[in-house]
Ligand binder design. Structure first.
Ligand code: KG4
Ligand code: ZN
Length: 374
């Protein structure tokens, strides 16, 4: 991994950043739970001083998905340079940093270990406090660092507790009531695949490569969402749980009967119809969740989407429309903070440090770590 390669992936500062307040707490955050090696320096005044995301996607693309052993090795090769350049780009040394934070799970354990051991070593060598961040909490709290509307416009604001969260990534699909740092109430979750997995698998069936979400999203913009009939699993049932495996099986069955080659029009229509079924399921389940939480003691007034799937234009637009119908505010992270990134881990580090949640005895990284166990 050359320095030049990593510089190309530098995210730089966020639009609208101001100079960091000298009194602010500075956190170095490290993320390595899947196929991004990322680090960021974020301060408690919500400034992102530097942010580097080294994506391994090109290394996994030829296998059609993330290969855990290759990911772990790539993290080892990248981590030192990513951290070094993150400090350099912010014009900081470790002496300026107040807190070190890293993902300690859930995720691919080889990768989690690399980032966690790096952070532990840095914290021990410099005597800085260390925060063990739950990756899902990173996604869940990042809209409090920076939030935008569905189109990505009107940035610069942030979300206040409590909020109703649709957390949709490659590995998870949950509806949560977020009451505070470490305070998560599970309202609903998938019974089988995650939404991201459904996007990735359908894209693979169509030969569209990995990751599938972005390409399906783009293709769907030129397609007809009513061209193919996909099921809407569980939508005729009460509750807030999801099931996406039936949608995936419907795609498989249809493509077996109508094998490649496919025209661009067919692929666009197929993507649009599949995506419409995922959107309908999300909106149906969220509608129930809104009804369930409306009477709660501190009812949420903001509807939030986070995780890699939060980049999806149709999901953002439909959720914004749903929120406005129910008199709620809609918020989402800016696009570059939806998929895995170090800034969300640094921000979760700031929020946990503020609550006194620092590591006091050795922490073992965890491949599984539900938010409700925080
Ligand atoms: O949060 P994330 O970066 O990694 C996990 O923690 O799993 O999410 C990655 C997932 C992948 O499944 C990817 O296909 C999906 O997010 N994704 C999208 C879009 N961009 C990324 N799904 C739908 N539409 C998108 N535009
Ligand atoms: Zn993630």
């Amino acid at each position: 991994m050359s320095a030049e390669e990593i510089i190309r992936l530098d995210m730089g500062k966020m639009d609208g950043d101001t100079a960091a307040d000298a009194a602010a707490t500075l956190c170095l955050g490290i993320e390595s739970s899947c196929d991004e090696t990322s680090a960021a320096i974020v301060d408690s005044n919500r400034n992102i001083l530097s942010h580097i995301i080294y994506s391994q996607i090109p290394e996994h693309q030829k296998y059609g998905g993330v290969v855990p052993e290759l990911a772990a090795r790539a993290h080892i090769l990248a981590i030192d340079e990513v951290v070094r350049q993150t400090l350099e780009r912010a014009g900081k040394t470790m002496g300026d940093i107040d807190v070190v934070a890293a993902t300690a799970g859930p995720g691919l354990i080889g990768g989690v270990l690399v980032g966690w051991m790096a952070a532990t070593g840095i914290a021990q060598a410099t005597g800085k406090p260390l925060v063990a961040v739950n990756h899902l909490e990173g996604h869940a709290l990042v809209p409090r660092l920076c939030a935008t509307s569905a189109s990505g416009a009107a940035g610069g604001s942030h979300v206040e507790f409590p909020y109703l969260l649709m957390l949709a990534s490659g590995g998870h699909c949950q509806i949560l009531l977020v009451r505070g740092v470490g305070k998560y109430e599970l309202i609903g979750q998938t019974l089988d695949d995650s939404a991201g997995e459904a996007f990735d698998k359908v894209a693979k069936m169509l030969g569209l490569g990995y990751p599938g979400g972005p390409v399906v999203d783009t293709r769907a913009r030129d397609g007809n969402p009513t061209a193919f009939k996909f099921p809407r699993p569980l939508c005729d049932k009460p509750g807030c749980d999801f099931s996406f495996s039936g949608i995936k099986t419907a795609a498989r069955t249809f493509l077996d009967r109508n094998p490649a080659p496919h025209t661009d029009e067919f692929i666009n229509d197929f993507c649009a119809s599949f995506q419409a079924s995922v959107v309908d399921c999300i909106i149906n389940r969220l509608t129930n969740a809104m009804c369930d939480t409306r009477g709660a003691a501190a009812a949420p007034r903001t509807l939030v989407v986070a995780g890699g799937v939060a980049k999806n234009s149709a999901i953002r637009a439909a959720m914004e429309e749903l929120a406005s119908r129910h008199g709620m505010i809609f918020a989402a992270p800016p696009m570059n903070l939806c998929t895995d990134n170090g800034a969300m881990i640094a921000w979760a580090g700031i929020e946990n440090h503020r609550c006194g949640n620092i590591v006091r005895e050795p922490v073992a990284p965890r491949p599984r770590w539900p938010l409700t166990e925080l």
